[in-house]
Design a protein. Structure first.
Length: 164
């Protein structure tokens, strides 16, 4: 009985191990690769602002949409969608310069207008985004040019880079 029980416990580990082994890739020379993600449930939406599914939210935030910047493992701010940013001396403005290599699925470049649209969607009351309060300190958002966007705050806001 014990041997059968141990075998039963080891079977999923063995199957996982076999599935993770390097296998020849016929498409290795292709410029694009495919990612397959297994989740225990279906996505309720691909919109980060409206999902109630924690698994979906993790994939959306980490693989589908980029924040402007993020913390690395040493808790240092690193660029993601933004390639750089500047904070005004009074701490009331943050200007982001976007990367030029981030494209939508149709091949179009991600622009400051897209960031503005996302901000407007996140703050719209009818969307019901649960993180909407993190934008309460924003006074205005200005598209400076296609790759530059400026957030102006009502007062100095030290957490701006984390919340945006």
């Amino acid at each position: 009985m014990r041997i059968a029980f141990k075998t039963l416990l080891a079977l999923p580990v063995f199957c996982f191990w076999v599935g993770c082994q390097n296998q020849p890739d016929k498409n290795r020379n292709r410029s694009q690769q495919t990612v397959v993600i297994g989740l225990p449930s279906d996505f309720d939406t691909f919109l980060e602002l409206g999902t109630a599914n924690a698994d979906a939210l993790h994939v959306i935030e980490e693989m589908l949409f980029l924040t402007l910047c993020d913390l690395d493992e040493t808790l240092s701010l690193q660029p993601r969608l933004a390639q750089s940013w500047q904070t005004s001396s009074d701490g009331k403005e943050v200007t982001f310069r976007l990367r030029g290599d981030v494209l939508w699925s149709d091949g179009q470049q991600t622009t400051a207008e897209d960031v503005l649209f996302t901000y407007q969607l996140a703050t719209h009351p009818q969307v019901g985004y649960t993180g909407r309060d993190r934008f309460a300190g924003v006074d205005t958002v200005v598209v400076v040019d296609p790759q530059t966007i400026r957030f102006v705050f009502k007062k100095a806001y030290p957490e701006a880079l984390l919340d945006l």
